[in-house]
Design a protein around this ligand. Sequence first.
Ligand code: FAD
Length: 347
Amino acid sequence: SFTSFSPLRLPIRSALSRFISTLVVAEHDGGSIKPSSLSAVEAAAAISRENSISVLLGGSGPDIGKAALQAASSHPLISQVLVADADIFLHPLAETWAELVHLVQQKGGYSHIITASNSFGKNILPRAAALLDVSPVTDITEISEPHLFVRPIYAGNALCTVRYVGKDPCMMTIRSPSFPMHSESAEPKSEAAPISQVDLSTFNEEFFGKSRWLKLASQDTERPDLGNARVVVTGGRGLKSAENFKLLEKLAEKLGAAVGATRAAVDAGFVPNDLQVGQTGKIVAPELYMAFGVSGAIQHLAGMRDSKVIVAINKDADAPIFQVADYGLVADLFDVIPELIEKLPEK
Ligand code: FAD
C-alpha cells in the first residue's frame, strides 16, 4: 500500500529507520556474483547505515562456494552471506526461490528485501511478496529514505515518488544502472563477512512440482551482456534485414559492444527478442549508446534514455531520436556503418 509523499509523516517514518536490516536476493553465474546483484547491494547500502546487509545465494557445487566468498567481501556493510546449498536452487524457478525467500524472511525478520529488476528478480520477487502478504515496490531508481523511493512511470516519461507504508518487509526491485558500484565497494574488504548455510530442513517441498527447468536457450556470444555493457549499438527497422544486422555485429565486435534492437526489428524477425531495448525489453544505461535506423518511439526511449552519451544515425532529420541524442548524424546507415568499421582501429 502506498501513499503520495506527505512531509507530515516524516518523523514517524524516520523513527522506523533504526530497525533496518536488509536481505539482498542475489544471483551468480559460474561462481561470480552478477553485476546487477552488486547494484542491489549498493541500493541496500543506501538504506542501511551500519553493516546490516545479508546476501542470499542459492545453488550447489563449487560455484556456490566461490560466489559466497566473493559476496562475503564485496561490500563493507555486508554482515553475513546466507547460502541455500541445494540443487533445486541451481535454476531461478519462481516457485522454489519465492519459498526460499519466505523461509529466510521468517527466520531473519528483515525490514527490507531487495533484488535487481531483471528477469531473475522480476520473476521471484512478486511471488515471494505474495507469500509474505506485502506489495512490492518495483523499478526503483532512487532511494531518498528507507521507505521513500523514486520510480519511473508512463514509460519513463514521469518520475513518481512513493512512500511505502505497508508492513515489513518492504520488498523492492531496483534498476541496476541507477545504483552503480562505488570504487571503494569494489575493493575487497580486509575482513570478510561470515558465510552460513540456510537450514532447509523445514523447506516446503510441495511447491517443486509446479514447474520444471528444462533448458536455457541463449545465444553463444563473446560479446558483453546487453544489460551491463559499457557500449551498446542498436539497430532498428532501418537495418531492413537479419543479414544487415551482421554488419552491426561487426561494428559491435570492433567496439567491444553489446548489440541491441528495437521492437520493430525484433518483430520483423531480424534478431531474437532478448536483444530488445525498451519499455517491454531491457533497460540499459551504458556509457555510449549508438542507435542506427531507430526512430526514437517513447517505448524505445524508455529503455535507453539514461545512457551517458547517445549517438543517433538516421536519414530522417526529423526523427524523434535526435531530441534525446548528444550527437546526431543525418545520413544513410549503410554508408556510415562500413565507414566506421573501416576507420576504427582493431581491438
Ligand atoms: P521505425 O519507427 O520504423 O523507425 C525506423 C527508422 O529508421 C526511421 O526513423 C527511418 O528514418 C530510419 N531509417 C530507415 N532507413 C534508414 C537508413 N538507410 N539509414 C538511416 N536511417 C534509416 N519499441 C521498442 O524499441 N522497445 C520496446 O520495448 C517497445 N515496447 C512497446 C510496447 C508497447 C505497448 C507498444 C505499443 C510499442 C512498443 N514498442 C517498443 C514499439 C515502438 O512504439 C516503435 O514501434 C518501435 O520502437 C519502432 O522501432 P524502429 O525505430 O526500429 O522503427
